[in-house]
Design a protein around this ligand. Sequence first.
Ligand code: SAH
Length: 438
Amino acid sequence: MCYAIPGRVKEIRDKYVLVDYFGEEKKALNEFYDIAVGDYICAQGGFVIKKVKEDEAKEILSAWQELFFELQDVDLRLSRMDSGKEDSDKKLRLILDKALENIPLKKDELLYLLDLDNPQSCQLLYKSANFLRQKYHKNSCCIHGIIEISNYCRRQCTYCGISTHNKSLSRYRMAAEEIIETSVEAVEKYGFQALVLQSGEDPGYSVDEIAEIITEIKKKVPVLICISFGEIGLEGLEKLYSAGARAILMRFETSNPKIYARIHPGQELNSRLEHIKKAFSLGYLIATGALIGLPGQSNEDIINDIYLAKKLGAEMYSFGPFLPHPKTPLGNFKVPSEELALKTLALARIIDSESAKILVTTALETLCSAARKEGLLAGANSLMLNVTPVKYRKLYAIYPNKANNKELISTQIKEAVSLLKSLGRAPTDLGVSETKAG
Ligand code: SAH
């Protein structure tokens, strides 16, 4: 994001560079630049995004130096576990002690956590997840931008407000130039380094057209492009990778094949999973996850969802509540509780403590306005800001009253950065930790 901190290259190993950030070492894949030891770079999700001139890098680093350590202190204070505070639930204590030691929990223990309903117990779970987040990820929090390029969709997903069920929705499709301009502005004016391009499954763009758009954006600005267009075909994934896309946001929605088939008429879970697996094998970073609170979904299903995201090699976990849309067949279904969504984030952190980037989704922010802060204090460490031109935002109505439908990008950035500062988080994506990547 705008405050991304450049790091100094310490070592070069084949296509990888080892980068120093205030004493922490991270590893990033360098595909495009001529880089020497001592150079400064910015990385996103483990990819080198750009080289930064030495003067410029030193200026940013000196501006950050003091603040960075101050923020780390605030984060450390907020993520400490209070010792000695007795909780009557001994079983909960025992399970969480195991989690804090990073000992894998058994399924029945995870279920016990997901079933918690006493607010104090839930708070203890969130605190433990936050402790693990701090332990393995320090205070870095990545902020991506999302551009919703079209709300046309050929699918009949029974929960989604831009599916074919919603006959009264005005449809829009951004033109190629508009997508490119919006992306360039997001990078140059607002400082984003990672952008998600998302749409319904819109036959109005061919994969080749999308590939050209991505190539053009990559030519104009240094940015990590994440695609989110649904099932574009395995060949389509290859084409967009060649065009420069390096991440994909594709939820499997539910790991339960029966529920999947019920809510996606004519579709199969396997086909969606094939796409995610293929993307992983091509080298895309995977952002995936599921809907929380689907009809017929059990707490065990939710735990299986987290396991599946991990198995698919998720770099980022995207789990958000299902919010019924009145113009869809599931319009009268009930909204899940905020607690269930927060417990899911906390469990994702416990199940994949060391690797997971966990997103606070816009759906959770829509469900509860304090969710961004609460999610970040329950194990999450990633946010997404909506950089779609304001005139289209309310038309990308996957569920009603979507959060950040009107806020200017500058306002969203100001709010996000001020929240992060209050929590001691630095809006950075420092890439993959050297110890983890090996
Ligand atoms: N065509 C893309 C993007 C779909 S919309 C794709 O297939 O991946 C992005 C996400 O919105 C979906 O993956 C789904 O999980 C979520 N979504 C759709 N309807 C929703 C609803 N009613 N409540 C909450 N999230 C919803």
